[in-house]
Design a protein around this ligand. Structure first.
Ligand code: SAH
Length: 347
């Protein structure tokens, strides 16, 4: 059988793997073993599956391929952050980032090649969306970063954020399938509490996630709580009025009991006025949340300039005065273009 006729074995469910072995006159538990090799141990070759006989490995080889990612380039920042260029089986490239802190290692993973949204301040948006990542391509980024964490920092990966390239809610089914494998008993066994999905805010999908009973955390890229301003910096938002977004986040809280993290960038002359701050306070009063002020990473767009410390402090003060939890996120990996919004395959 030629390679092109072979199916990617990772498109099969555990049940389908069992079915395959039964059909070949083998015991169903062989399917469980293969599943564990693929999703717990992250095997990339049938020969790695050492508890299967050579005959069974050859059988698998005849019918299936294991399409896996390859880290084609790795760069390390002065602050320890590692950026990976990840080549997919069709030679497309995405990026993923390992962010170390004294206590944690966080993987920042991509969900799409490019992005279909048009946030004016984000480098990924310039690429347009080329395709969705498959569940295994998302999973593989996590496996690779887990290995790097062990190799370079002597500890396991502790957190995952969907803040790489792409809009995860535009590739919802595959993201959910990947998270299932990441959290599964027979998979990576990571707690969903340590996973955060960041979205630019698609109300219908936020409600769907709440209905689906997902167990991970939600972050929303708000950046402005004034519809007119938000539409200027994130033009796709014209389809999603802020009222709908508020309603969906209220629904999320009712269903899941979890608050939303509001991600917020502050730029000179864009959202640095008093009315911008008041609008954020009003928004945050309606939605159970905490605010995370992010530092803007420059992407060669003259329009966007990070606001100064006085403006940032004015935001922090008014939020604190209104008892809204607020934190400031430090930028990491800027020297290698690995920071938020800088992922764009520069080389
Ligand atoms: N599409 C998703 C996830 C990817 S972006 C989302 O929009 O949430 C991850 C975070 O980086 C978002 O909060 C996004 O607004 C932010 N971001 C984008 N460009 C940035 C930049 N140049 N500097 C800092 N943060 C940026």
């Amino acid at each position: 059988m030629s390679t092109t006729e072979k199916r990617d074995i990772r498109a099969l469910s555990q049940q389908e793997l069992r079915g395959f072995f039964v059909e070949k006159g083998e015991k169903p538990f062989r399917g469980d073993q293969v599943f564990e090799w693929l999703w717990h141990k992250g095997a990339h070759h049938f020969d790695d599956m050492t508890n299967l006989s050579l005959a069974l490995r050859t059988l698998l080889e005849e019918h299936f391929s294991i399409n896996h990612i390859a880290i084609s380039r790795m760069q390390q920042s002065k602050d320890g952050t590692i950026k990976n260029a990840v080549t997919l089986h069709d030679d497309m490239i995405v990026e993923s980032v390992l962010i170390p802190t004294p206590k944690r290692t966080t993987a920042c993973v991509s969900s799409q090649v490019g992005c279909s949204l048009n946030c004016q301040f984000c480098a990924t948006a310039k690429l347009k969306r080329m395709r969705n990542l498959n569940p295994d391509e998302i999973f593989d980024q996590v496996i690779a970063i887990n290995q790097q964490s062990q190799k370079y920092f002597g500890r396991k990966l502790s957190n995952i954020v969907f803040m790489g390239m792409g809009e995860p809610l535009m590739n919802y089914n595959n993201v959910i399938k990947a998270i299932d494998k990441i959290t599964a008993e027979k998979g990576l066994q990571m707690s969903p509490k340590r996973i955060t999905l960041s979205t630019s805010g698609i109300p219908k999908m936020i409600k769907k996630m709440a209905d689906d009973g997902v167990k991970f955390n939600l972050a929303l890229s708000l950046h402005s709580a004034i519809q007119e301003v938000r539409e200027k910096i994130m033009p796709f938002c014209s389809k999603f009025p802020l009222e709908d977004l508020i309603e969906s986040l209220q629904y999320w809280f009712e269903k899941t009991g979890r608050i939303t993290t509001l991600e917020y960038l502050i730029w000179k002359g864009i959202n640095d006025r008093e009315e911008d701050r008041n609008a954020l306070v009003d928004f945050a009063k309606k939605v159970p949340c905490k605010v995370n002020i992010i530092t803007y990473n420059s992407i060669d767009e003259d329009r966007f300039v990070q606001a100064g410390p006085v403006t940032v402090k004015a935001y922090v003060d008014i939020l604190e005065k209104n008892r809204i939890p607020v934190t400031i996120r430090r930028s990491r990996g800027e020297d290698i273009d690995a920071a938020c919004g800088q992922l764009a395959n520069k080389f």
